[in-house]
Design a protein around this ligand. Structure first.
Ligand code: UD1
Length: 418
Protein backbone atom coordinates (compact mmCIF):
# COMPACT_ATOMS: atom_id res chain seq x y z
CA UNK A 1 0.00 0.00 0.00
CA UNK A 2 1.39 3.41 -0.88
CA UNK A 3 0.17 6.98 -0.95
CA UNK A 4 1.34 10.25 -2.44
CA UNK A 5 1.56 13.50 -0.50
CA UNK A 6 1.45 16.61 -2.65
CA UNK A 7 1.86 20.28 -1.79
CA UNK A 8 0.18 22.01 -4.70
CA UNK A 9 0.77 25.12 -6.82
CA UNK A 10 4.51 24.68 -7.35
CA UNK A 11 5.56 25.80 -10.82
CA UNK A 12 7.26 23.37 -13.17
CA UNK A 13 10.68 24.03 -14.61
CA UNK A 14 12.43 20.96 -15.91
CA UNK A 15 12.67 18.02 -18.28
CA UNK A 16 11.01 14.60 -18.20
CA UNK A 17 11.97 11.75 -20.50
CA UNK A 18 8.75 9.89 -21.24
CA UNK A 19 8.77 6.19 -20.29
CA UNK A 20 8.07 3.31 -22.68
CA UNK A 21 4.41 2.52 -23.37
CA UNK A 22 2.64 0.16 -20.94
CA UNK A 23 0.09 -0.81 -23.57
CA UNK A 24 2.90 -1.81 -25.96
CA UNK A 25 5.20 -3.72 -23.65
CA UNK A 26 2.44 -5.93 -22.20
CA UNK A 27 1.31 -7.56 -25.48
CA UNK A 28 4.94 -7.63 -26.68
CA UNK A 29 5.97 -9.59 -23.58
CA UNK A 30 3.12 -12.02 -24.37
CA UNK A 31 4.53 -12.26 -27.91
CA UNK A 32 7.94 -13.38 -26.65
CA UNK A 33 6.58 -16.89 -26.01
CA UNK A 34 6.11 -17.29 -29.78
CA UNK A 35 9.81 -16.87 -30.55
CA UNK A 36 11.19 -20.06 -29.00
CA UNK A 37 14.45 -18.19 -28.48
CA UNK A 38 15.92 -15.02 -27.04
CA UNK A 39 14.20 -11.64 -27.27
CA UNK A 40 15.83 -8.47 -25.93
CA UNK A 41 13.44 -5.61 -25.28
CA UNK A 42 14.66 -2.07 -24.66
CA UNK A 43 12.96 0.89 -23.11
CA UNK A 44 10.63 -1.19 -20.92
CA UNK A 45 8.84 0.89 -18.26
CA UNK A 46 9.46 -0.02 -14.61
CA UNK A 47 5.83 -0.44 -13.57
CA UNK A 48 4.01 -3.15 -11.63
CA UNK A 49 1.99 -4.42 -14.64
CA UNK A 50 5.30 -5.31 -16.31
CA UNK A 51 6.32 -7.21 -13.15
CA UNK A 52 3.05 -9.15 -13.37
CA UNK A 53 3.74 -10.01 -17.03
CA UNK A 54 7.27 -11.16 -16.10
CA UNK A 55 5.79 -13.38 -13.36
CA UNK A 56 3.42 -14.91 -15.91
CA UNK A 57 6.35 -15.65 -18.25
CA UNK A 58 8.29 -17.29 -15.39
CA UNK A 59 5.25 -19.41 -14.46
CA UNK A 60 5.20 -20.64 -18.06
CA UNK A 61 8.84 -21.73 -17.77
CA UNK A 62 10.48 -18.82 -19.63
CA UNK A 63 13.76 -17.36 -18.39
CA UNK A 64 13.44 -13.63 -17.81
CA UNK A 65 16.19 -11.24 -16.88
CA UNK A 66 15.68 -7.55 -16.12
CA UNK A 67 18.40 -4.94 -16.24
CA UNK A 68 16.94 -1.47 -15.64
CA UNK A 69 14.88 -0.75 -18.76
CA UNK A 70 16.00 -3.82 -20.70
CA UNK A 71 14.22 -7.17 -20.40
CA UNK A 72 15.57 -10.38 -21.92
CA UNK A 73 13.16 -13.29 -22.37
CA UNK A 74 14.31 -16.76 -23.36
CA UNK A 75 11.28 -18.93 -24.05
CA UNK A 76 13.15 -21.92 -25.49
CA UNK A 77 12.34 -24.10 -22.47
CA UNK A 78 8.78 -22.90 -21.93
CA UNK A 79 6.79 -25.87 -20.63
CA UNK A 80 3.64 -24.40 -19.06
CA UNK A 81 0.27 -23.33 -20.41
CA UNK A 82 -1.54 -22.21 -17.25
CA UNK A 83 -1.73 -18.66 -15.91
CA UNK A 84 -2.41 -18.81 -12.16
CA UNK A 85 -5.60 -17.18 -10.96
CA UNK A 86 -3.81 -14.59 -8.80
CA UNK A 87 -1.82 -13.28 -11.80
CA UNK A 88 -4.94 -13.19 -14.01
CA UNK A 89 -6.67 -11.14 -11.33
CA UNK A 90 -3.81 -8.66 -11.08
CA UNK A 91 -4.27 -7.27 -14.57
CA UNK A 92 -6.68 -7.59 -17.44
CA UNK A 93 -3.91 -7.68 -20.05
CA UNK A 94 -2.99 -11.15 -18.81
CA UNK A 95 -5.70 -12.32 -21.24
CA UNK A 96 -3.27 -11.27 -23.98
CA UNK A 97 -1.21 -14.35 -23.23
CA UNK A 98 -4.09 -16.61 -24.33
CA UNK A 99 -3.54 -16.39 -28.11
CA UNK A 100 0.24 -16.65 -27.73
CA UNK A 101 0.26 -19.63 -25.32
CA UNK A 102 -2.31 -21.47 -27.44
CA UNK A 103 -0.29 -20.89 -30.62
CA UNK A 104 2.87 -22.13 -28.90
CA UNK A 105 1.52 -25.18 -26.99
CA UNK A 106 -1.95 -26.04 -28.33
CA UNK A 107 -3.38 -25.59 -24.81
CA UNK A 108 -4.09 -22.71 -22.45
CA UNK A 109 -5.73 -22.43 -19.04
CA UNK A 110 -6.71 -19.01 -17.79
CA UNK A 111 -9.31 -17.55 -15.47
CA UNK A 112 -11.46 -14.51 -16.12
CA UNK A 113 -9.13 -11.48 -16.08
CA UNK A 114 -9.04 -8.72 -13.46
CA UNK A 115 -7.43 -5.29 -13.68
CA UNK A 116 -8.96 -1.87 -13.14
CA UNK A 117 -12.69 -2.09 -12.59
CA UNK A 118 -14.08 -0.06 -15.47
CA UNK A 119 -17.53 -1.60 -15.64
CA UNK A 120 -18.11 -4.92 -17.39
CA UNK A 121 -15.02 -5.88 -19.41
CA UNK A 122 -15.96 -9.12 -21.15
CA UNK A 123 -13.58 -11.16 -23.34
CA UNK A 124 -16.24 -12.53 -25.69
CA UNK A 125 -14.58 -11.02 -28.81
CA UNK A 126 -11.22 -12.60 -27.88
CA UNK A 127 -12.80 -16.02 -27.42
CA UNK A 128 -15.01 -15.99 -30.51
CA UNK A 129 -12.10 -14.91 -32.74
CA UNK A 130 -9.90 -17.72 -31.43
CA UNK A 131 -12.77 -20.20 -31.94
CA UNK A 132 -12.91 -19.08 -35.59
CA UNK A 133 -9.20 -19.90 -35.74
CA UNK A 134 -9.69 -23.47 -34.48
CA UNK A 135 -9.78 -23.20 -30.68
CA UNK A 136 -12.31 -25.03 -28.52
CA UNK A 137 -12.91 -24.07 -24.90
CA UNK A 138 -14.85 -24.97 -21.78
CA UNK A 139 -15.65 -22.61 -18.97
CA UNK A 140 -15.94 -24.00 -15.46
CA UNK A 141 -16.17 -22.03 -12.19
CA UNK A 142 -14.47 -18.94 -13.68
CA UNK A 143 -11.69 -20.98 -15.33
CA UNK A 144 -11.37 -21.26 -19.09
CA UNK A 145 -9.77 -24.40 -20.55
CA UNK A 146 -8.71 -23.90 -24.18
CA UNK A 147 -7.18 -26.19 -26.77
CA UNK A 148 -6.70 -26.71 -30.48
CA UNK A 149 -7.27 -30.07 -32.18
CA UNK A 150 -4.33 -29.60 -34.56
CA UNK A 151 -2.92 -26.12 -34.82
CA UNK A 152 -4.60 -22.74 -35.20
CA UNK A 153 -5.58 -21.77 -38.74
CA UNK A 154 -6.18 -18.46 -40.49
CA UNK A 155 -9.69 -16.96 -40.59
CA UNK A 156 -11.62 -13.89 -41.70
CA UNK A 157 -12.51 -12.13 -38.46
CA UNK A 158 -14.77 -9.10 -38.22
CA UNK A 159 -14.79 -7.34 -34.86
CA UNK A 160 -18.12 -5.79 -33.83
CA UNK A 161 -16.06 -3.09 -32.02
CA UNK A 162 -12.39 -2.20 -32.61
CA UNK A 163 -11.20 -3.78 -29.34
CA UNK A 164 -7.52 -3.19 -28.65
CA UNK A 165 -7.06 -6.40 -26.66
CA UNK A 166 -8.98 -8.62 -29.11
CA UNK A 167 -7.01 -7.23 -32.07
CA UNK A 168 -3.74 -7.98 -30.22
CA UNK A 169 -4.82 -11.49 -29.23
CA UNK A 170 -5.69 -12.30 -32.85
CA UNK A 171 -2.34 -10.91 -34.03
CA UNK A 172 -0.51 -13.09 -31.50
CA UNK A 173 -2.53 -16.17 -32.44
CA UNK A 174 -2.34 -15.50 -36.17
CA UNK A 175 1.40 -15.15 -36.77
CA UNK A 176 2.07 -18.89 -36.41
CA UNK A 177 -1.37 -20.07 -37.65
CA UNK A 178 -1.68 -22.04 -40.88
CA UNK A 179 -2.81 -19.71 -43.69
CA UNK A 180 -3.92 -16.10 -43.72
CA UNK A 181 -5.90 -14.26 -41.07
CA UNK A 182 -7.73 -11.05 -41.97
CA UNK A 183 -9.08 -8.82 -39.19
CA UNK A 184 -11.61 -6.18 -40.23
CA UNK A 185 -12.78 -3.28 -38.04
CA UNK A 186 -9.66 -3.83 -35.93
CA UNK A 187 -8.20 -1.34 -33.47
CA UNK A 188 -5.76 1.21 -34.94
CA UNK A 189 -3.93 2.36 -31.78
CA UNK A 190 -0.16 3.06 -32.08
CA UNK A 191 0.42 0.17 -29.65
CA UNK A 192 -1.13 -2.23 -32.22
CA UNK A 193 1.40 -1.00 -34.77
CA UNK A 194 4.17 -1.45 -32.18
CA UNK A 195 3.14 -5.07 -31.53
CA UNK A 196 3.00 -5.79 -35.27
CA UNK A 197 6.43 -4.15 -35.78
CA UNK A 198 7.87 -6.28 -32.97
CA UNK A 199 6.38 -9.50 -34.41
CA UNK A 200 7.60 -8.58 -37.92
CA UNK A 201 11.09 -8.03 -36.47
CA UNK A 202 10.90 -11.71 -35.39
CA UNK A 203 9.95 -12.83 -38.91
CA UNK A 204 6.13 -12.53 -38.83
CA UNK A 205 4.28 -11.34 -41.94
CA UNK A 206 1.79 -8.71 -40.84
CA UNK A 207 0.59 -5.84 -43.02
CA UNK A 208 -2.01 -3.12 -42.44
CA UNK A 209 -1.39 -2.48 -38.72
CA UNK A 210 -2.60 1.03 -37.92
CA UNK A 211 -5.40 0.71 -40.49
CA UNK A 212 -8.79 -0.89 -40.03
CA UNK A 213 -7.91 -4.11 -41.91
CA UNK A 214 -4.91 -6.21 -40.88
CA UNK A 215 -3.54 -9.16 -42.89
CA UNK A 216 -1.47 -11.85 -41.16
CA UNK A 217 0.20 -14.48 -43.27
CA UNK A 218 1.10 -17.36 -40.95
CA UNK A 219 4.78 -18.44 -40.84
CA UNK A 220 6.36 -21.66 -39.48
CA UNK A 221 8.52 -20.08 -36.82
CA UNK A 222 9.76 -16.78 -35.42
CA UNK A 223 13.37 -15.93 -34.67
CA UNK A 224 15.32 -13.99 -32.01
CA UNK A 225 15.15 -10.20 -32.04
CA UNK A 226 15.99 -6.95 -30.25
CA UNK A 227 13.29 -4.31 -30.10
CA UNK A 228 12.56 -0.93 -28.43
CA UNK A 229 9.01 -0.06 -27.42
CA UNK A 230 7.41 3.28 -28.31
CA UNK A 231 7.00 6.11 -25.76
CA UNK A 232 3.84 6.17 -23.66
CA UNK A 233 1.48 8.78 -25.16
CA UNK A 234 -0.88 8.57 -22.16
CA UNK A 235 1.88 9.19 -19.61
CA UNK A 236 3.18 12.07 -21.74
CA UNK A 237 -0.28 13.64 -21.87
CA UNK A 238 -0.75 13.16 -18.10
CA UNK A 239 2.43 15.20 -17.46
CA UNK A 240 1.07 17.90 -19.77
CA UNK A 241 -2.13 18.20 -17.75
CA UNK A 242 0.01 18.43 -14.58
CA UNK A 243 1.85 21.45 -16.01
CA UNK A 244 -1.38 23.00 -17.27
CA UNK A 245 -2.87 23.16 -13.75
CA UNK A 246 0.37 23.98 -11.87
CA UNK A 247 1.94 26.53 -14.21
CA UNK A 248 5.53 26.84 -15.42
CA UNK A 249 7.37 25.07 -18.17
CA UNK A 250 8.21 21.42 -18.89
CA UNK A 251 10.15 19.85 -21.72
CA UNK A 252 9.01 16.32 -22.59
CA UNK A 253 11.64 14.22 -24.34
CA UNK A 254 10.99 11.06 -26.28
CA UNK A 255 7.56 11.79 -27.74
CA UNK A 256 6.05 10.65 -31.04
CA UNK A 257 4.07 13.78 -31.89
CA UNK A 258 1.58 12.28 -34.39
CA UNK A 259 0.40 9.93 -31.58
CA UNK A 260 -0.53 13.00 -29.52
CA UNK A 261 -2.59 14.92 -32.12
CA UNK A 262 -6.03 14.71 -30.48
CA UNK A 263 -4.50 15.75 -27.16
CA UNK A 264 -2.16 18.57 -28.22
CA UNK A 265 -4.86 20.54 -29.98
CA UNK A 266 -7.13 20.44 -26.89
CA UNK A 267 -4.33 21.48 -24.57
CA UNK A 268 -3.52 24.41 -26.84
CA UNK A 269 -7.19 25.41 -27.09
CA UNK A 270 -7.34 25.53 -23.29
CA UNK A 271 -4.66 28.24 -23.28
CA UNK A 272 -1.32 26.42 -22.83
CA UNK A 273 1.57 27.07 -25.16
CA UNK A 274 3.03 24.10 -26.98
CA UNK A 275 6.29 24.19 -28.85
CA UNK A 276 7.38 21.20 -30.86
CA UNK A 277 11.11 20.69 -31.33
CA UNK A 278 13.18 17.92 -32.89
CA UNK A 279 13.73 16.19 -29.56
CA UNK A 280 10.28 16.59 -27.98
CA UNK A 281 7.54 18.94 -26.87
CA UNK A 282 7.72 21.95 -24.56
CA UNK A 283 4.56 22.93 -22.69
CA UNK A 284 4.11 26.19 -20.85
CA UNK A 285 1.16 27.31 -18.75
CA UNK A 286 0.21 30.49 -16.87
CA UNK A 287 -2.77 28.67 -15.29
CA UNK A 288 -5.33 30.87 -17.10
CA UNK A 289 -7.15 27.83 -18.50
CA UNK A 290 -10.29 27.95 -20.62
CA UNK A 291 -12.97 25.22 -20.72
CA UNK A 292 -12.66 22.39 -23.26
CA UNK A 293 -14.94 21.93 -26.25
CA UNK A 294 -17.10 18.76 -25.92
CA UNK A 295 -14.79 15.77 -25.31
CA UNK A 296 -16.02 12.34 -26.47
CA UNK A 297 -13.82 9.30 -25.89
CA UNK A 298 -13.38 7.23 -29.05
CA UNK A 299 -11.15 4.50 -30.45
CA UNK A 300 -7.86 5.87 -31.91
CA UNK A 301 -7.40 8.36 -33.58
CA UNK A 302 -10.21 9.81 -31.45
CA UNK A 303 -9.74 11.14 -27.93
CA UNK A 304 -8.44 8.26 -25.74
CA UNK A 305 -10.56 7.00 -22.85
CA UNK A 306 -7.34 6.70 -20.84
CA UNK A 307 -6.97 10.51 -20.94
CA UNK A 308 -10.52 11.27 -19.87
CA UNK A 309 -9.69 11.33 -16.13
CA UNK A 310 -6.56 13.57 -16.31
CA UNK A 311 -8.41 15.95 -18.67
CA UNK A 312 -11.33 16.04 -16.25
CA UNK A 313 -8.92 17.02 -13.46
CA UNK A 314 -7.59 19.78 -15.73
CA UNK A 315 -11.11 21.00 -16.56
CA UNK A 316 -11.81 21.51 -12.83
CA UNK A 317 -9.20 24.33 -12.95
CA UNK A 318 -10.47 25.90 -16.20
CA UNK A 319 -12.87 28.82 -16.47
CA UNK A 320 -16.29 27.65 -17.71
CA UNK A 321 -18.23 24.41 -18.19
CA UNK A 322 -16.62 21.39 -19.88
CA UNK A 323 -18.61 18.34 -20.97
CA UNK A 324 -17.26 14.78 -21.30
CA UNK A 325 -18.95 11.78 -22.94
CA UNK A 326 -17.38 8.41 -22.05
CA UNK A 327 -18.14 6.04 -24.92
CA UNK A 328 -15.66 3.20 -24.31
CA UNK A 329 -16.23 2.02 -20.73
CA UNK A 330 -19.45 2.17 -18.76
CA UNK A 331 -18.03 2.89 -15.30
CA UNK A 332 -15.14 5.25 -15.76
CA UNK A 333 -16.09 8.26 -13.67
CA UNK A 334 -15.10 7.07 -10.19
CA UNK A 335 -12.36 9.72 -9.97
CA UNK A 336 -15.05 12.42 -10.36
CA UNK A 337 -16.39 11.74 -6.85
CA UNK A 338 -12.87 12.06 -5.43
CA UNK A 339 -12.26 15.30 -7.40
CA UNK A 340 -15.44 16.65 -5.78
CA UNK A 341 -13.78 16.13 -2.36
CA UNK A 342 -11.19 18.66 -3.52
CA UNK A 343 -13.86 21.22 -4.37
CA UNK A 344 -14.70 20.25 -7.97
CA UNK A 345 -18.27 20.68 -9.22
CA UNK A 346 -19.06 17.67 -11.41
CA UNK A 347 -22.46 16.34 -12.36
CA UNK A 348 -22.57 12.78 -13.75
CA UNK A 349 -25.53 11.68 -15.86
CA UNK A 350 -24.86 8.21 -17.29
CA UNK A 351 -22.16 8.53 -19.95
CA UNK A 352 -22.01 12.32 -19.57
CA UNK A 353 -20.02 14.35 -17.03
CA UNK A 354 -20.52 18.10 -16.74
CA UNK A 355 -17.69 19.97 -15.00
CA UNK A 356 -18.11 23.55 -13.82
CA UNK A 357 -14.50 24.61 -13.59
CA UNK A 358 -13.06 27.17 -11.20
CA UNK A 359 -9.45 27.14 -10.05
CA UNK A 360 -10.37 28.98 -6.83
CA UNK A 361 -12.55 26.06 -5.68
CA UNK A 362 -9.73 23.48 -5.81
CA UNK A 363 -8.00 22.80 -2.50
CA UNK A 364 -6.09 19.88 -1.00
CA UNK A 365 -7.87 16.92 0.56
CA UNK A 366 -7.46 13.19 1.22
CA UNK A 367 -8.64 11.22 -1.81
CA UNK A 368 -8.41 7.63 -3.00
CA UNK A 369 -7.36 6.22 -6.36
CA UNK A 370 -9.86 3.61 -7.61
CA UNK A 371 -8.12 2.82 -10.90
CA UNK A 372 -4.91 3.64 -12.77
CA UNK A 373 -5.82 6.72 -14.84
CA UNK A 374 -8.33 7.97 -12.28
CA UNK A 375 -5.49 7.80 -9.73
CA UNK A 376 -3.24 9.83 -12.02
CA UNK A 377 -5.99 12.45 -12.34
CA UNK A 378 -5.98 12.88 -8.54
CA UNK A 379 -2.23 13.54 -8.63
CA UNK A 380 -2.81 16.14 -11.35
CA UNK A 381 -5.54 17.79 -9.26
CA UNK A 382 -3.32 17.70 -6.15
CA UNK A 383 -0.50 19.45 -8.03
CA UNK A 384 -2.83 22.28 -9.06
CA UNK A 385 -4.79 22.61 -5.80
CA UNK A 386 -4.06 24.99 -2.94
CA UNK A 387 -2.61 23.19 0.09
CA UNK A 388 -1.84 19.51 0.77
CA UNK A 389 -3.42 16.51 -0.96
CA UNK A 390 -3.01 12.88 0.07
CA UNK A 391 -3.71 10.36 -2.71
CA UNK A 392 -4.29 6.90 -1.27
CA UNK A 393 -4.37 3.71 -3.36
CA UNK A 394 -0.97 4.44 -4.91
CA UNK A 395 -0.67 0.82 -6.07
CA UNK A 396 -3.12 1.57 -8.91
CA UNK A 397 -0.90 4.41 -10.11
CA UNK A 398 2.23 2.23 -9.90
CA UNK A 399 0.62 -0.14 -12.41
CA UNK A 400 1.28 2.33 -15.21
CA UNK A 401 3.44 5.29 -14.11
CA UNK A 402 7.16 4.74 -13.56
CA UNK A 403 8.48 6.63 -10.48
CA UNK A 404 5.94 9.40 -11.03
CA UNK A 405 6.88 11.17 -7.78
CA UNK A 406 10.57 11.21 -8.75
CA UNK A 407 10.02 12.55 -12.28
CA UNK A 408 7.56 15.21 -11.12
CA UNK A 409 9.64 16.42 -8.18
CA UNK A 410 12.79 16.60 -10.31
CA UNK A 411 10.83 18.92 -12.60
CA UNK A 412 9.68 21.28 -9.83
CA UNK A 413 6.65 19.65 -8.15
CA UNK A 414 6.41 18.97 -4.40
CA UNK A 415 5.33 15.31 -4.20
CA UNK A 416 6.56 12.34 -2.17
CA UNK A 417 5.47 8.71 -1.97
CA UNK A 418 5.20 6.95 1.37
C1 UD1 B 1 -6.96 -1.41 -23.86
C2 UD1 B 1 -5.95 -0.66 -23.03
C3 UD1 B 1 -6.65 0.30 -22.08
C4 UD1 B 1 -7.59 1.21 -22.85
C5 UD1 B 1 -8.52 0.41 -23.76
C6 UD1 B 1 -9.35 1.29 -24.68
C7 UD1 B 1 -4.10 -2.20 -22.85
C8 UD1 B 1 -3.26 -3.06 -21.95
N1 UD1 B 1 -5.18 -1.61 -22.27
O1 UD1 B 1 -7.78 -2.16 -22.96
O2 UD1 B 1 -5.64 1.07 -21.44
O3 UD1 B 1 -8.39 1.94 -21.92
O4 UD1 B 1 -7.74 -0.47 -24.60
O5 UD1 B 1 -8.55 2.10 -25.45
O6 UD1 B 1 -3.78 -2.01 -24.00
N2 UD1 B 1 -15.07 -5.40 -25.09
C9 UD1 B 1 -16.06 -6.35 -25.16
N3 UD1 B 1 -15.69 -7.63 -25.44
C10 UD1 B 1 -14.40 -8.01 -25.64
C11 UD1 B 1 -13.40 -7.01 -25.57
C12 UD1 B 1 -13.76 -5.70 -25.29
O7 UD1 B 1 -17.23 -6.06 -24.99
O8 UD1 B 1 -14.12 -9.19 -25.88
C13 UD1 B 1 -15.45 -3.99 -24.79
C14 UD1 B 1 -14.88 -3.52 -23.44
O9 UD1 B 1 -15.70 -3.93 -22.37
C15 UD1 B 1 -14.84 -2.03 -23.62
C16 UD1 B 1 -14.51 -1.88 -25.11
O10 UD1 B 1 -14.83 -3.13 -25.72
O11 UD1 B 1 -16.11 -1.48 -23.37
C17 UD1 B 1 -13.05 -1.54 -25.39
O12 UD1 B 1 -12.22 -2.52 -24.83
P1 UD1 B 1 -10.80 -2.88 -25.42
O13 UD1 B 1 -10.46 -1.99 -26.56
O14 UD1 B 1 -10.75 -4.35 -25.62
O15 UD1 B 1 -9.87 -2.49 -24.19
P2 UD1 B 1 -8.70 -3.33 -23.53
O16 UD1 B 1 -7.95 -4.05 -24.58
O17 UD1 B 1 -9.21 -4.07 -22.36
Amino acid sequence: MSEYIINGRKKFDGIIKVQGAKNSILPILAGTVLCQGKVILHYCPQISDVETAINILRCLGCRVQRDNHTITVDSKHMNGYTIPDELMREMRSSVMFLGAILARTGYAEISLPGGCELGARPIDMHLSALVQMGMTFEENHGKIYCQTANSLHGANIHLSFPSVGATENILLAGVLAKGTTIITNCAREPEIVDLADFLNSCGAKITGAGESVIYIEGVDRLHDTQYSVIPDRIVCATYMTAVAVSGGKLFLENVIKPHMNSILSLIEQSGCQIEETKSGICIQSDCQLQKFPLIRTMPYPGFPTDMQAPFMAMSCFAQGTSVFVENIFDSRYRHAYELCRMGAKIDIQGKVAIVEGNRKNMSGSTVEAKDLRGGASLIVAGLGAEGTTVVKGGEYIERGYEKIEEYLSNAGADIVKI
